[in-house]
Design a protein around this ligand. Structure first.
Ligand SMILES: C[S@@+](CC[C@H](N)C(=O)[O-])C[C@H]1O[C@@H](n2cnc3c(N)ncnc32)[C@H](O)[C@@H]1O
Length: 277
């Protein structure tokens, strides 16, 4: 087989476009192979050099088709990057339907002017809901141990002019929240990831005002499951969370209606209160 036309493509670009590393070469060779197979099957004789010329046209068409496809993908990726929020936005809208963020904030008494923290904020789904509820007079500490997540939230908050959001890069055992200032702390789908839950709990409780509320929303593990086995499934038994809270002297207040994120996962919603004095 005559060697196919070859083009080189930057490896990062391939990754960005979700293309397999070998795609370009495979496409061109496939074009050549197709032409040769076609000629043999039909037993036709082409004038000297005609097969090669036609094969080159097939290869060239393949190149053009690949380049057009790449162009479209590049544009889509560029739009996604330029906007920076569009993909997240539509995921968040879908999540609103089962996560019921307004109900969560109501249950915690979050209102205009409240000071709250979103511990393990991830991409900021709750941080931004909280920011719109507390308004410019309020405060939202969006904390995570992942630098990239914290940076994403910081950039978006800046872009949306939400000065009430303050990002914090915490550590495995310290969310680095200011002491005694918070009305509520929300921990969503993050408790199961904590290794040093006692240290985290005591520091979060220290950050609450007397009477402040701590909410844990997480994927429910089996009641008798060990912490490590549940953590492997990204779950935690709610009994363990309650035992941790009791050991750290924060009072269990109530369990709110949970969430069905998907048919295989039920999220519980527990609320605790820091003693008033
Ligand atoms: C599954 S995500 C949930 C994100 C967000 N709460 C949400 O509901 O979309 C878990 C997040 O917890 C963070 N995380 C893990 N251990 C943590 C810890 N000890 N303190 C703070 N964040 C932690 C991870 O970096 C990750 O962003």
């Amino acid at each position: 087989m005559t060697p196919g036309l070859r083009a080189t493509m930057d490896e990062n670009l391939k990754q960005d476009l979700w293309l397999p590393p070998s795609l370009v070469t495979i496409e061109f060779d496939a074009g050549a192979r197709l032409m040769e197979t076609h000629s043999m099957e039909h037993g036709r004789r082409f004038p000297e050099g005609a097969g090669v010329r036609t094969a080159n046209w097939v290869r060239l068409s393949s190149v053009l088709m690949v380049l057009v496809a790449i162009g479209c993908r590049t544009k889509a990726v560029a739009e996604f990057h330029a906007d920076g929020t569009s993909a997240t936005q539509s995921e968040w809208e879908k999540r609103d339907s089962w996560q019921r963020p307004a109900e969560v904030m109501d249950a915690l008494g979050v209102r205009r002017g409240s000071a709250v923290a979103d511990v393990g904020a991830g991409d900021g789904y709750f941080s931004f809901h909280l920011a719109s509820r507390v308004g410019a007079q309020g405060k939202v500490y969006a904390e995570d141990i992942s630098e990239s997540q914290v940076e994403k939230i910081r950039e978006r908050a800046k872009k949306e002019d939400l000065s009430q959001i303050e990002t914090i890069l915490g550590t495995e055992d310290d969310p680095k929240l200011p002491k005694g200032t918070l009305d509520a702390i929300l921990i969503v789908l993050t408790y199961h990831e904590m290794q040093n839950y006692d240290a985290m709990l005591s520091r979060m409780i220290r950050a609450l005002k007397p009477g402040g509320l701590l909410a844990v929303i997480d994927d429910e593990g089996e009641p008798n499951q060990t912490r490590s086995s549940a953590a492997q499934d990204h779950k935690v038994p709610k009994e363990l969370v309650r035992a941790d809270a009791a050991r750290n002297n924060i009072r269990f207040v109530r369990e709110e209606k949970g969430f069905e994120a998907n048919p295989n996962s039920h999220l519980f919603f527990l609320i605790f209160e820091k003693p008033k004095r």
